[in-house]
Design a protein around this ligand. Sequence first.
Ligand code: HEM
Length: 210
Amino acid sequence: MALSTLQKKQIVGVTGLVMVGFVLAHLSGNFLIFKGAESYNGYAEFLESLGALLWVARIGLIVSFVLHMAFTINLVIINRKARNSRYYAYQNHRNESSLATRLMPLTGTVIFLYIVFHLLDFTFADKSGIPDGLFGLVVKTLGSPIHSMMYIVAMVCVGLHMFHAFQSVFQTFGVMSANNQVAITRVSRALGVLVAIAFSSIPLYILITF
Ligand code: HEM
């Protein structure tokens, strides 16, 4: 059974929301860096102590990530084909989209590349023999100005992506109306700006303090 374009958009939306949930949880965990090594490492140990439950969450995240990218790429291809059709040429397509909307393919690609490097930095890194454990590794890694700057660029891309994407889910599910459109768009934009600032504060803090 082939999925309709709307169903594909709904899958992109739901998997996007799962990842927003992860990003917010990850942000709150990483904020413990401001409390020092003991709190930060304690949080990492707590996550590891979840055992099988952590793996259920990880598998949910990986499945969401793969589906989100696969259906987004598929929708882009369908959209490109439609644009080249004669029918589309007769439509009145004005370019009213915001910068964040037009940057979605770029910010999405940067986030993908960022995650690959980020997992190599921390998840798959050899943590043995590093003073202060995971805290020490994060401080050492983000203590490099070039590394930190690349992180900040990626954090801004995460924020820009959410700036547009969060409200887009409400549109996809037909929840947006003339009454709530302004409020939903504001919440989405505020979320994007806050996530970018909050995440960027971590490498900035490390650069200034250590
Ligand atoms: C300055 C900001 C960030 C810091 C300091 C940070 C730190 C970390 C650390 C230390 C780990 C490894 C945890 C462990 O091995 O126990 C990790 C894992 C991860 N991070 Fe981040 N992170 C940041 C931002 C982000 C962002 C913005 C995203 C997503 C867009 C992200 C996605 C992930 C993912 C997917 C994992 C793997 C999770 C897992 O294995 O369970 N991180 N991060």
